[in-house]
Design a protein around this ligand. Structure first.
Ligand code: GAR
Length: 194
C-alpha cells in the first residue's frame, strides 16, 4: 500500500491538529494511507501537545525563543522535517512568520481564518468580524515567501447574519475542522492520480 506522510506544525490550542488526527491519521483514502509522521510546535506550553499525546504521538518542541533570528529557527524546523520522508507539511495554527529558509525548502499548506486575500496576518478573526463584510470564511493555501499570499487551494464562506464575535469564531473553527482535513486528503490522493 502507498503510504504518505505529513508533518503538522502548530503553536497553540491544536484543535485543527486534533481534527487531522481524528479524520486523516492512519486512515486509507483511494488506497493511500496517510500518516501523521511528525509534529512540531514552537511553544512548549501549547495545549496541542497534550491533545497529540492522547493519540500516542509525541511532539518535537522547537522553541523559537531559543534562536537569535527567524532564519536559525526555520533552519532547525527544516532540518527536523528533513529527518523524515514527508510528503506534505501542514501549518495548522503555526503562528510564525516564515523566511525563505523554510519557504524555499518545504512544500507546505497553511490554514487561515479569513477569505484571503482579505485579512492577512495574525488577527484575521477579529479583523474580519469588525469589518463590514457580510460573509466570513476560511482559506487553505500553498505557503510562499510572502505571508498568507500563496496560491489558494480551498475556501469556504458563511453568512454574518447576527453573529456575535464568539459565534463568528466558533463558525470559523467548525469550518476549519472540516476544510483542512478534506484539503489534505484531496492533495495527497490527487497527486497519485497524475
Ligand atoms: C486557527 O483558527 C487558524 O486558522 C489560525 O490559528 C487558529 C489555530 O487554532 N491560524 C492563523 O491565524 C494563521 N495566520 P487551533 O490551534 O485550535 O488549531
Amino acid at each position: 500500500m502507498v503510504v504518505k506522510n505529513i508533518a503538522v506544525l502548530f503553536s497553540g490550542s491544536g484543535s485543527n491538529l486534533q481534527a487531522i488526527l481524528e479524520k486523516v491519521h492512519g486512515k486509507i483514502f483511494k488506497g493511500i494511507k496517510i500518516n501523521v509522521a511528525l509534529l512540531i510546535c514552537n511553544n512548549p506550553d501549547a495545549k496541542g501537545i497534550e491533545r497529540a499525546k492522547k493519540f500516542g504521538l509525541e511532539t518535537v518542541v522547537i522553541n523559537h525563543k531559543d534562536f537569535s533570528n527567524r532564519e536559525e529557527f526555520d533552519r532547525a524546523v527544516v532540518d527536523e522535517i528533513g529527518k523524515f520522508k514527508i510528503d506534505l507539511t501542514v501549518l495548522a495554527g503555526f503562528m510564525r512568520i516564515l523566511t525563505p529558509v523554510f519557504t524555499d525548502n518545504i512544500k507546505a499548506i497553511n490554514l487561515h481564518p479569513s477569505i484571503l486575500p482579505l485579512f492577512k496576518g495574525a488577527h484575521a478573526i477579529n479583523d474580519s468580524f469588525y469589518s463590514d463584510m457580510q460573509v466570513g470564511g476560511v482559506s487553505v493555501h500553498w505557503v510562499s515567501s510572502e505571508l498568507d499570499s500563496g496560491q489558494i487551494i480551498a475556501q469556504k464562506t458563511f453568512a454574518r447574519k447576527d453573529k456575535t464575535l464568539k459565534e463568528w469564531e466558533e463558525k470559523i473553527h467548525k469550518i476549519e475542522h472540516k476544510l483542512l482535513p478534506k484539503t489534505i486528503i484531496e492533495i495527497l490522493t490527487k497527486e497519485s492520480d497524475a
